[in-house]
Design a protein around this ligand. Structure first.
Ligand code: NI
Length: 154
């Protein structure tokens, strides 16, 4: 395993479109293991492959020490709304409100190529949306908003 360097928002690479994973092999597992180690080291909540310089549709999240891996994710359902402050390992020292669905359903594959579907809410839904955006070159700073009165959460 190895810690990988994080691509900053100032690098145009972060805006590139990631491509679907076709082969679920050792190369993918090494990428995922390195991403886990990198995320652990910086104590982040999520990390996408593009952030470590790899244009594959892969992201991981780590919430309350529950680690999840998503390969070729597709968000199939969104409902409700929430406004939480987000940050990003590629955008240091910037924390701002973004509007996200309260609940999302995501279909993805695990590292062995098994398909799964997960419905998540609250902070987990925020992380899934934030990381999924990275796969299309979208950063949370593109979506900063002022929450309506009484809707802001920390
Ligand atoms: Ni991010």
């Amino acid at each position: 395993m190895a810690i990988r360097e994080i691509v900053p928002y100032t690098d145009k690479f972060i805006r590139k479109q990631s491509k679907p994973v076709k082969v679920f092999d050792e190369n993918l597992w090494e990428l995922l293991d390195d991403m886990q180690e990198t995320l652990d080291t910086v104590k982040g909540a999520g990390l996408s492959a593009v952030q470590v310089g790899v244009l594959k549709r892969v992201f991981i999240i780590n919430i309350n020490n529950i680690k999840m891996e998503f390969i070729n994710p597709v968000i199939t359902k969104k409902s409700g709304e929430q406004y939480k402050k987000e940050g990003c390992l590629s955008v240091p020292n910037n924390f701002n409100y973004v509007k996200r669905p309260q609940t999302v359903t995501v279909t993805a594959f695990d590292r062995y190529g098994n398909k799964f579907t997960l419905t998540c809410e609250d902070w987990t839904a925020v992380c899934v949306c934030h990381e999924n955006d990275h796969l299309d070159g979208i950063l949370f700073v593109d979506k900063i908003c002022v929450p309506p009165d009484g809707k802001a959460e920390d």
